[in-house]
Design a protein around this ligand. Structure first.
Ligand SMILES: *Cc1c(COP(=O)(O)O)cnc(C)c1O
Length: 486
C-alpha cells in the first residue's frame, strides 16, 4: 500500500521505521560456531525471508518507545470512552497471566495435567453465576458481540427444541449497535422499540409488539443513555407470557455489580464483557472474553466444551447433543479469563464498591457539567452520562470539534455520536478508577473548550494541534490502513 506524509497529515517529518537502519546492522551477536555447518535445506523449503530493515538494538528500543509515547492509553491519562469501560487494569494481572504454568500450558494438555487451568475456569464460572444470579455459564465467546451471537443461537436452539420457529426480535432504540447486528447474523429480524419520554422502556410498548412469532427481546441494561431499565421485570413477564425469551446485554455490568439479580429481573441469557468490567487492557481491540450466563432451561444448548467438576477433579465435557457447538478454538481466551478471576478474587465483596464509585463518578461529572453542556437526560445516571450538542450547534461548533480539542488538553475523547437517539452525543464514562482531582481536571478542560467555542471557535476547528496526525478520514483509515512506511 502506498502511504505518503502529505496524505496522512504528519506534522513532523521524522523517518519511519523502514527508512531507518543500514544493511548489515544487527541487534544481536552470536558466539562463534563450534559445531559443523548443517546441510542446506532441501529445494523449495528455504525462502527469501521478510524484507525487514537491519537495525541496532538501540534503534529498535527508541522506535518502540517513541511509538508508545505518541499513543494514548489508560496508563497515560483519563480515557472516558463511554460504553467501553476504560478502567485501570492492575499490573499484577499481567504478572499472573505470565506465570509459566499458565502461560506455557498447551491447550491440548490432558485433563490430568491441566487441573490448575481448568479449576480456575470452573471457579470463574461459579463467580459469574453468583454475580448474575443465573444457573449456568459458558466462557467461550471471545467478545461481547460474540456473546450476543451465542445468545441468539441459544434462543434459536431453544425454540427448535420446543418445536417452534421465531424470527423476530424486539430491540430498543437505546440498545448497543452490536445487538441488532448479532440478531441479524442469526437470521432474526430486529423490530425497533422506542423508549419513553423518560428514556427508558415501558411495559405497554413491549406488549404492543410482543407476539407468538417473536423470539423475545434484547435489552442493554443499563442502557446506552446510562440509565437503568427499571421496568425490566415487568417487561420480561410480558415476553415470557408469549413464550419469548429475554436477552440482557450486560456489557455495562460495571454499574450494577452486587446490586442486580438477573434471574429476578427475568433475564434468560446475559453476556459479560470481561475485558471491560473485569480489567483486561482492550483499547487495541482484543483479545477479549464475552461469557454468557443462562437460566437452567437453556443450559443444554451452551457451547462446547463444557467445564465440569467430577470425581477426578475438573474436566471437559463434549457429549452434549443439544449444544450449539463450538464458538472458538479450545476454551476461549484463557489469559482474559485468568485476569478476570484475579480481579474478582482480589476485590471479593468490594465489587459492589466498584459499581458504587463508577456511578458516583459519572454523576459527579453530569452535575458538574450540566450548566456548561446540555445533558441528554437530566436525572441520576448510572456509570455514564450523555451530553448533546444542543448548545454547541448555535455557536457553529460540533461534537467532533470538542472531542478533538480534548486530545490537545490531555484527555482521550468520550464516545461521540452514539447513542443515536441523542443529537451529537458525547458519552462520558469516567469509571471508578479516576480520582476526584482527575475528574475535576477533565471538567476544567470541558469548561475551557466551551469558552473557546464562544470566543475562538477556530482553535476548535483546527484541533488537535499537538498530535502526530491531525484529523484523519477515520472511515478510510479503518478500512484501508496504511501499515507500511513506503
Ligand atoms: C462494548 C459493548 C458491546 C460489544 O462488546 P465487544 O467486546 O466490543 O464485542 C456490546 N454491548 C455494549 C453495551 C457494549 O458496551
Amino acid at each position: 500500500m502506498k502511504g505518503d506524509y502529505a496524505s496522512t497529515g504528519l506534522i513532523f517529518k521524522e523517518p519511519l521505521l523502514w527508512e531507518k537502519g543500514r544493511k548489515g546492522r544487527r541487534a544481536f551477536s552470536m558466539p562463534e560456531r563450534d559445531v559443523p555447518e548443517a546441510e542446506a535445506l532441501p529445494e523449495g523449503l528455504a525462502g527469501e525471508g521478510p524484507d525487514f530493515p537491519d537495525l541496532s538494538e538501540l534503534e529498535v528500543v527508541r522506535h518502540y518507545t517513541r511509538l508508545s509515547q505518541w499513543n494514548f492509553g489508560v496508563d497515560s491519562g483519563m480515557y472516558p470512552l463511554g460504553s467501553c469501560t476504560m478502567k485501570y487494569n492492575p499490573k499484577i494481572h499481567e504478572k499472573l497471566a505470565a506465570l509459566p504454568g499458565f502461560a506455557m500450558a498447551h491447550p491440548l494438555l490432558p485433563e490430568s495435567l491441566s487441573q490448575g487451568a481448568l479449576g480456575l475456569m470452573y471457579e470463574l464460572q461459579q463467580m459469574l453465576k453468583a454475580i448474575t444470579g443465573l444457573d449456568a455459564v459458558s466462557l467461550q465467546p471471545a467478545a461481547g458481540a460474540q456473546g450476543e451471537l451465542c445468545g441468539m443461537m441459544l434462543f434459536e436452539a431453544c425454540f427448535r427444541a420446543r418445536g417452534e420457529k421465531r424470527h423476530k426480535i424486539i430491540i430498543p432504540d437505546t440498545a448497543h449497535g452490536t445487538n441488532p447486528a448479532s440478531a441479524a447474523l442469526c437470521g432474526m429480524k430486529p423490530v425497533a422499540l422506542r423508549s419513553g419520554a423518560d428514556s427508558i422502556l415501558h411495559p405497554e410498548d413491549v406488549a404492543a409488539l410482543m407476539d407468538e412469532h417473536t423470539a423475545g427481546i434484547m435489552i442493554t441494561n443499563p442502557n446506552t443513555l446510562g440509565l437503568f431499565e427499571s421496568n425490566m421485570a415487568a417487561i420480561a413477564a410480558i415476553v415470557h407470557e408469549k413464550g419469548g425469551l429475554v436477552y440482557c446485554d450486560g456489557a455495562n455490568m460495571n454499574a450494577v455489580m452486587g446490586y442486580v439479580d438477573m434471574k429476578r429481573m427475568g433475564v434468560d441469557v446475559v453476556h459479560f464483557n470481561l475485558h471491560k468490567t473485569f480489567s483486561t487492557p482492550h483499547g487495541g481491540g482484543g483479545p477479549g472474553a464475552g461469557p454468557v450466563c443462562v437460566r437452567a432451561e437453556l443450559e443444554p444448548f451452551l457451547p462446547l466444551p463444557r467445564i465440569v467438576k467430577n470425581e477426578r477433579g475438573y474436566g471437559l465435557k463434549e457429549d452434549c447433543p443439544l449444544s450449539i457447538g463450538r464458538l472458538h478454538a479450545f476454551y476461549g481466551n484463557f489469559g482474559v479469563l485468568l485476569k478476570a478471576w484475579a480481579y474478582i478474587r482480589s476485590l471479593g465483596a468490594d465489587l459492589k464498591k466498584v459499581s458504587e464509585l463508577a456511578v458516583l463518578n459519572a454523576n459527579y461529572i453530569r452535575s458538574g457539567l450540566k450548566d456548561t453542556y446540555d445533558v441528554a437526560y437530566d436525572g441520576i445516571c448510572m456509570h455514564e452520562c450523555v451530553f448533546s450538542d444542543k448548545t454547541l450547534k448555535i455557536l457553529g461548533v460540533t461534537t467532533l470539534d470538542v472531542a478533538k480539542r480534548l486530545i490537545d488538553l490531555g484527555f482521550h475523547p468520550p464516545t461521540v455520536y452514539f447513542p443515536l437517539v441523542v443529537s451529537g452525543a458525547l458519552m462520558v464514562e469516567p469509571t471508578e478508577t479516576e480520582t476526584r482531582e482527575e475528574l475535576d481536571r477533565f471538567m476544567e478542560a470541558m469548561r475551557r473548550i466551551r469558552e473557546e467555542a464562544e470566543e475562538n471557535p477556530e482553535i476548535l476547528k483546527s484541533a488537535p494541534l499537538r498530535t502526530k496526525v491531525r484529523r484523519l478520514d477515520e472511515t478510510a483509515a479503518a478500512r484501508n490502513p496504511c501499515l507500511c512506511g513506503r
